[in-house]
Design a binder for this molecule. Sequence first.
Ligand code: 13P
Ligand code: SF4
Length: 334
Amino acid sequence: MNKKIYNNELLKKGFLDYDIEPGIDPIAEIHRLKKEKNAVILAHYYQESKIQDVADIIGDSLYLSQQAAKTQAEIIVFCGVHFMAETAKILSPKKKVLLPDLKAGCSLADSCKASDFEKFLKKYPEHTVISYVNTTAEIKAMSDIICTSSNAVQIIESLPETEKVIFAPDKNLGNYIQSITGRKMVIWDGACHVHEAFSLERILELKKNNPEAKIIAHPECIKPVLIVADYVGSTSALLNFTKHDSANTYIVATESGILHQMKKANPFKNFIAAPPKDSSCGCSDCSYMKLNTIRKLYNCMKYEMPEVTIQENLRKKAESSIRRMLEISEKLGL
Ligand code: 13P
Ligand code: SF4
């Protein structure tokens, strides 16, 4: 089959949809392909467990971008969502960056369209623009510094108190940072459909039935959930908290993929996924993150498609705001 046929299929579906050949163990084959092609698999904590287990590096969005910037591998296979793979490509333009499913997007990134953001920025001249990494390259190109949930507070605090700041696109994270730092910011009205969907009532019901449990939450959650949480932090901060804290049971208000690493790190502790408002399964999956599967990963490594590409002009413009984040984080030892 030639490249044109692959490309047509990719355009239609966003991934290569071939069955795994009979007799092939996809996990063993993925490991073999990694060596053969000098590829590294980076996986976000929200990926399905099997993908996390086959990855070379697992982490939150800050750690994965740091690793993408310094890897020696020729191919980066990014098991996460599009803005994460795009950030890797911006930082490592000479490398081939693959994403098992190109349609793995992000509702938060979608809530901030470049044309709307451009108009918004015009209303607030002389403001420093801090954008969350969950944005497209176009938004990053319009920003001064990028941040993630791991370093947002420190990045804001690294600026002089008098500096006027725009924070985009997550209003929950923005409000949370404002409450921690006491800085007034102009905040874009965006949100993540997974973190906004947690039900305070159902969380409190769980807490009533498990009074010894601690509630831990990602700062993208709505304020009422953050208020009842015993601890608020980025994905990796939540994971670290469970390793060092003395409680035995946790109600976890973030995407449920993180429970895999929490259980691995704490085999004798209990983890309960905080339930969303309207779901009978009680779990909170990011439908975008879960578009990546072992089969798509296998095909993507075999055919080296789909590839994440970016126009060089845009890449350069987006790079400086990400580099500023990495520099500040390095200085602060984050
Ligand atoms: P982290 O920055 O904690 O990895 O979160 C990324 C994300 O997509 C949250 O929904
Ligand atoms: Fe985006 Fe939310 Fe999914 Fe994170 S969990 S990738 S913010 S949609």
